[in-house]
Design a protein. Structure first.
Length: 401
């Protein structure tokens, strides 16, 4: 499979896309001295934690407020990067060196993001191999080249990864790889990449129902022509479960063995951070908070309501659990139920309408990520990339997209 995938990858690369990749990489190099957010220090601290401490202490370390709160595979990824980082500036790997930002530290961390974008470029190429697109005569770029350029040069992705500072390109690359392999009929490989992704960043759990339903309906069962009935393909089901179980065992198994699974889970799901992020994502809860604020101001002005001034505010600019003044206060379980309700029609459509399953699968993923963005707990504004990047890929088969 790897030999075939590599061959297809080079087939998808043209002189135009390769030239564009190089030029965009040089543009990213120019952004090395640009503004960077607190996420830069977050990842520097994680480099220090994974390099300086044994694995058993990674999820307990709290010298910095930016504690390790990503799944184990991302922690291993940081450990791998730290082995290279020590040759740039070993001082960045000292836990007590909070907010360390020497030139070599900045250079290394920026370069690590630029290099990891190769995964995204490769993933887009893999996805384009799923499409059969007829080009219009006289076009400067083929449609596949256009999709690759549009997706890889996403302004939002450049802003978040190469200025703000994160590794979304790398993670979205794994996401697209899993989609591409499933669309190519390599369901086990697609499931492997998605399980891998979940153990790098657990926010992608929001789309796991789509994967579960699609693979269960279209891979683990088959319709017999003679009887017109569905039969379970138990071998496929067991193979699928085995691959996912192995990936999660490699990731969480050691922590389960050390009796630290509860600690890891508490870091991954810090519900005390509140309903909304410091910078509100433009979703349903931002409108809910604004309405609550308006009602509280009107109620206070006309003495219609008793307003408790000591309640934590959602508009204070701080991360934390707040309480609404007028409307019912939202808890994590409320957001979970509402998100689940919103994706049920998507899953139903995926099951009932089995024609054109490739397009149905990708459309369901896009719709599901949008539902999670709209109704999820503590959603970051940059989470819209989970919607916009896959959506840009649909331009290859749907003019309506």
């Amino acid at each position: 499979v790897s030999t075939q995938s590599t061959g297809e990858f080079f087939m998808a690369i043209t002189n135009s896309t390769l030239t564009f990749f190089v030029c965009l990489s040089f543009l990213k190099l120019l952004l090395i001295p640009a503004y960077r957010s607190t996420d830069f220090e977050v990842h520097r601290n994680w480099l220090a934690i994974t390099h300086s401490l044994p694995v058993t202490k990674w999820y307990y370390e709290e010298t910095s407020e930016w504690t390790l709160d990503y799944p184990p595979f991302f922690a291993y990824f940081e450990f791998f990067l730290s082995q290279i980082a020590q040759y740039f500036d070993p001082n960045m790997l000292h836990i007590e060196n909070l907010n360390h930002s020497s030139y070599n530290t900045i250079l290394f961390q920026r370069l690590s993001v630029i290099v990891s974008d190769v995964i995204l470029f490769y993933a887009i190429s893999q996805f384009l191999n799923c499409l059969e697109i007829k080009d219009e005569p006289g076009s400067i770029f083929s449609k596949k080249e256009t999709i690759q350029i549009i997706t890889f040069s996403s302004a939002g992705l450049i802003l978040v990864d190469h200025i703000h500072f994160q590794y979304n390109g790398f993670l979205l690359g794994l996401f697209i790889l899993s989609i591409a392999h499933i669309l190519q009929g390599r369901e086990l490989l697609g499931a492997f990449y998605f399980a891998l992704l979940l153990n790098f960043k657990h926010i992608f759990l929001y789309v796991s129902p789509v994967y579960f339903v699609h693979l269960l309906v279209h891979y683990c069962r088959a319709k017999e022509t003679a009887t017109n009935r569905y039969q379970w393909k138990w071998r496929n089901f067991i193979s699928l479960g085995f691959i996912v179980a192995v990936v999660f065992a490699l990731s969480f198994g050691p922590f389960l063995y050390w009796g630290q699974l509860g600690q890891v889970i508490s870091r991954l799901f810090p519900f005390k951070r509140g309903l909304v992020h410091t910078y509100w994502a433009p979703n349903f809860w931002s409108l809910y908070n604004i309405l609550d604020k308006i009602l509280s101001l009107v109620g206070k002005k006309y003495n219609l309501l008793i307003i408790h001034e000591n309640l934590a505010s959602f508009s204070s600019g701080l991360i934390g659990v707040g309480e609404h003044q007028v409307l019912p206060t939202i808890t994590p379980i409320h957001t979970f139920i509402l998100t689940l309700i919103s994706i049920v029609p998507i899953l139903y459509h995926l099951v009932r309408h089995s024609q054109d399953t490739k397009h149905q699968f990708l459309n369901a993923i896009i719709q599901c990520t949008l539902c999670s963005f709209m109704f999820g707990w503590h959603v970051h504004e940059k989470a819209i990339l989970m919607v916009s990047i896959p959506l840009s890929l649909t331009a290859g088969y749907s003019e309506n997209s």
